[in-house]
Design a binder for this molecule. Structure first.
Ligand code: ATP
Ligand code: MG
Length: 332
């Protein structure tokens, strides 16, 4: 029989993705069995080890994402994982946001250097701002730049689906944060971050929030934790100081819209003055909306077998997005 310390060592090496230690411990186990005169068991263990060594890696899959970074079964409907290829340079952002995001990336890339001086890299971020202005995309870009997986945590699901056991689930999420170096995005963060004095909740949200505050304070992992919300005004004040960076993704200015349109429409010959006219028209729309309008214009040109994009066509699709929002606001 394997001793409990051997089982613990096996599990520990598995968690730490230390494949060699995993096999060494298993070999030790085989040797112990042999010493006890259990030759057959010892041989079986050795055969299993040899088989495992020659087949695909148990712990790390060097050709792609590591197997271990899939969400655990019990978390699969709260966590989803992707391996983004997006880069910061794919985004159109205010220069201050770019500077602060680059600083985070720099600190993360050179974390060891900072740690040698007893300092920690920035790792907890709160993203606030309008829908469609780049919060999720920035989380993807951070993961892409650092070649880390991105886990999106669906908090609304945590509260509604797991009422009663949500704190235990949150603990499991923080265990994943500890065990798997990745970017963890807590989307719709206001669903737990709501002000603690709100009276109409049944206490569960408050307990989840208090646990979140405690876990984030205790966290000493190498993961990056991002919370994103469109409603920062409803967030509990205690939350703000738990984050290393607060980044606001505002609605784009005319200048940023021009930059975005230049990037999106770079394949089409559109004059600078045309871009400026379009940017002025698009003011009040998010990047996501402007992107849809550009795509609609491109689709329409393709269907009409045209190789060029006309300003008129783009103006029309932008107007469509604006009236879509106006109608939506009216019916709201
Ligand atoms: N700053 C940006 N630069 C370039 N593209 C952007 C930017 N912001 C948004 N987009 C485009 O819009 C899409 C949607 O944006 P994203 O999902 O990041 O918005 P969000 O801020 O997370 O919105 P929500 O609050 O609704 O979750 C992106 O996938 C991207 O195509
Ligand atoms: Mg988002």
């Amino acid at each position: 029989m394997a001793s409990s310390s051997q089982v613990k060592a096996l599990l520990k090496s598995y968690i730490e993705k230390d494949e060699e230690r995993f096999y060494a411990t298993a070999m030790q186990l085989a040797a112990d069995e042999a010493k006890r005169g259990h030759g057959k068991v010892a041989e079986e263990i050795r055969n299993l080890i040899n088989k495992a060594r020659t087949s695909k890696s148990l712990i790390a899959d060097n050709e792609g994402p590591t197997l271990i970074v899939r969400p655990k079964k019990e978390l699969s409907d709260l966590l989803s994982v992707t391996y983004p290829k997006v880069r910061l340079s794919d985004m159109t952002l205010e220069s201050e946001l770019i500077t602060r995001l680059k600083r985070l990336l720099d600190e993360q890339k050179q974390a060891e250097k900072l740690k040698a001086y007893g300092l920690n890299p920035r790792k907890t971020l709160l993203f606030t701002g309008c829908p469609g202005c780049g919060k999720t995309m920035a989380a993807s870009a951070i993961a892409g730049e650092l070649s880390m997986p991105l886990f999106v945590v669906r908090l609304d699901g945590l509260i509604t689906k797991y009422m009663g056991e949500s704190i235990a689930k949150l603990r499991l999420i923080f265990d994943s944060i500890q065990n798997t170096r990745a970017v963890f995005l807590f989307d719709e963060f206001d669903s737990i971050g709501t002000h603690r004095s709100v009276t109409n909740d049944v206490g569960e949200i408050k307990r989840v929030l208090n646990s979140f505050l405690m876990y984030i304070e205790e966290d000493n992992s190498d993961s990056i934790i991002i919370a994103a919300t469109n409603h920062p005004q409803s967030l509990d004040y205690a939350l703000f100081r738990r984050f290393d960076e607060l980044l606001e993704f505002k609605m784009p200015t005319v200048e940023l819209i021009s930059e975005f349109l230049r990037n999106k429409l770079s394949e089409y010959k559109i004059k600078k003055s045309g871009i400026e006219t379009l940017a002025a028209k698009a003011l009040g729309l998010s990047f996501a909306d402007i992107e849809i309008a550009c795509e609609d214009a491109v689709k329409s040109a393709i269907l009409k077998n045209r190789k060029t994009l006309s300003i008129n066509e783009l103006q029309k699709t932008l107007e469509e997005r604006i009236s879509f929002h106006n109608n939506y606001k009216k019916s709201d």
